[in-house]
Design a protein around this ligand. Structure first.
Ligand code: ADP
Length: 492
């Protein structure tokens, strides 16, 4: 059988061999490991080399008294914390006081009761263990605090030095509670001007109210294009990501931006340059193709006619694409001035429906429009362009024998009117609901080829509607259909 592990290691220092033997035997019997020495100096050395869990120390010894031994042990880091119990034949109070002053934890008088000795030893060993435990837990806590502080410093540095503008705002108010230096630098505001104010108060976007609505209704979005209005009034293009975060039990929105102003400028410049350069040769090409198909240069075989029609179709698509790019560019940059007029929404709805009727008939789709008569201050051509685009998409992405409906209704407080285009088509996956309003974004990469679109229509629609101070959005369920909404203010 293996020896049971001893309860504790006890050093007994006593110059009387009988005492020493008696104590050692008793303690060993009760499961302690005992080292015993008769001289104080030997005891000190032994304790320094291998510190025991507890020391029983005789007060009266010839060369070095128990008090002196105790003082030595207390002066040494290696032995300072070992509990020392004095043993003495002396009963005087002054001796006990001296023992405690020297650093002893307890005092036992001879002749001793073994139960008392054992009880006192156990008490002090337990105290020591608890003390050690506390010390250990304390060190662990300190370490944890150090690590947390370190992590906090690390994140604070990342926040402060991030080249990306970062802001933390309240939901739903959109009040800025923290921003980093990059945010201040891109927006041109000082910290004092920003903290505590809301996005709408600071007019951080052309349409801050719209942004606030998004903040309230969208849990998260990544890399959406926004235009940031700076303190000086200039406009910066940013890609914005939003996420909800929890801080001290409150939900906030974390906004991280990426300044793409320069990239955007170069991109726009490049697109419009290329589009202009392409348009002239393309128009001339169309002229040539028209001439060929008119038969003025001789008649073509049936196969020749077929090949020619493919050429014409593709050239027409290219021209449409270039026109859309240039159109979007002009609307975005404000080069197209809106032709504001007072007009009746019912007329615009009817006009758009008439334009799309032939396409609906070809696709065997029932087009139902319920025109609503209400006066708008708008650019009628641009609104018709938008409605036509939505109807054309609804027809394009719906199967035959389904219905496309266009209705309008005014808001409860009559401050705006909403137009709804509803189809029973293939729908739009949830993760693409936001992005399809961006340039060249299509649900399916083959849409452009198969459906003849350019991926620019919705982007143009959004620009037109935003220029009218309104907003456009979509709700959709895959394989069930989509509903596009346009909201226009009635006092614009
Ligand atoms: P396109 O010229 O490709 O129609 P848009 O910007 O008008 O360009 O539309 C972008 C994309 O959004 C379309 O290619 C299509 O994938 C999707 N989309 C638009 N309207 C609908 C709709 N009513 N149903 C399903 N998908 C749609």
């Amino acid at each position: 059988m293996p020896e049971p592990t001893p309860k504790a290691d006890i050093l007994v220092i006593d110059d009387t061999p009988e005492n020493l033997n008696l104590l050692s035997t008793l303690l060993i019997e009760h499961g302690y490991k005992v080292r015993s020495v008769t001289k104080g100096s030997t005891g000190i050395r032994g304790a320094q080399v291998m510190p025991p869990d507890l020391i029983l120390l005789d007060v009266n010894m010839p060369q070095m008294s128990g008090y002196e031994v105790c003082q030595h042990l207390k002066a040494d880091d290696r032995t300072r914390d070992i509990p020392i119990i004095f043993i003495s034949a002396l009963e005087a109070v002054s001796d006990k006081v001296k023992a405690f002053q020297a650093g002893g934890v307890d005092y036992i008088t001879k002749p001793f009761q073994i139960e008392e000795v054992l009880a006192r030893i156990e008490t002090h060993l337990t105290l020591r263990r608890l003390q050690n435990q506390l010390q250990f837990q304390n060190e662990q806590l300190q370490q944890e605090i150090r690590e947390r502080k370190h992590a906090e410093e690390k994140f604070a540095t990342i926040f402060q030095q991030s080249p990306n503008p970062i802001a933390i705002v309240t939901v739903p108010e959109g009040q800025l509670i923290e921003v980093n230096p990059s945010f201040l630098s891109i927006s041109g505001y000082t910290r004092e001007q920003v903290i505590g104010n809301s996005i709408t108060q600071l007019h951080l976007g052309h349409d801050s109210a719209n942004f606030l609505r998004r903040l309230q209704t969208t849990e998260t979005f990544h890399n959406l294009e926004f235009e940031l209005l700076t303190h000086s009034g200039s406009v910066k293009s940013i890609l914005l990501s939003l996420d909800r975060i929890e801080l001290n039990g409150t939900t906030y929105a974390l906004l991280i931006a990426n300044d793409i102003t320069e990239r955007k400028r170069l991109e726009n410049e490049f697109i419009s340059l290329v589009s202009h350069e392409l348009r002239t040769p393309l128009t001339s090409m169309m002229g040539s193709l028209d001439l060929l198909s008119s038969g003025q240069l001789g008649s073509l075989t049936e196969q020749g006619q077929h090949v020619l029609s493919i050429g014409v179709k593709n050239a027409e698509r290219l021209i449409r694409l270039i026109n859309d790019i240039l159109d979007l560019e002009r609307i975005r940059s404000g080069k197209i001035t809106m032709n504001w007029r007072s007009c009746d929404l019912a007329d615009l709805m009817t006009q758009a429906t008439e334009e799309m009727q032939a396409m609906a008939d070809r696709s065997e789709i029932q087009l139902i429009t319920e025109p609503m008569s209400i006066l708008l201050n708008a650019d009628p051509d641009r609104i018709v362009q938008t409605l036509t685009n939505l109807l054309s998409n609804a027809i394009k992405f719906s199967p035959a024998q389904t219905t496309v409906q266009m209705q309008a209704y005014s808001s409860a407080d009559t401050s705006s009117v909403c137009i709804r285009v509803c189809d029973q088509g293939r729908g739009i996956p949830f993760h693409q609901i936001q992005t399809i309003f961006e340039r060249f974004q299509q649900v399916d990469a083959s849409d452009a080829r198969q459906k003849g679109g350019t991926g620019l229509g919705l982007s143009i629609c959004r620009n037109i509607i935003e220029q009218h101070g309104g907003r456009i959005w979509v709700e959709s369920t895959v394989n069930q259909g989509s509903t596009f909404y346009i909201e226009l203010p009635l006092n614009a």
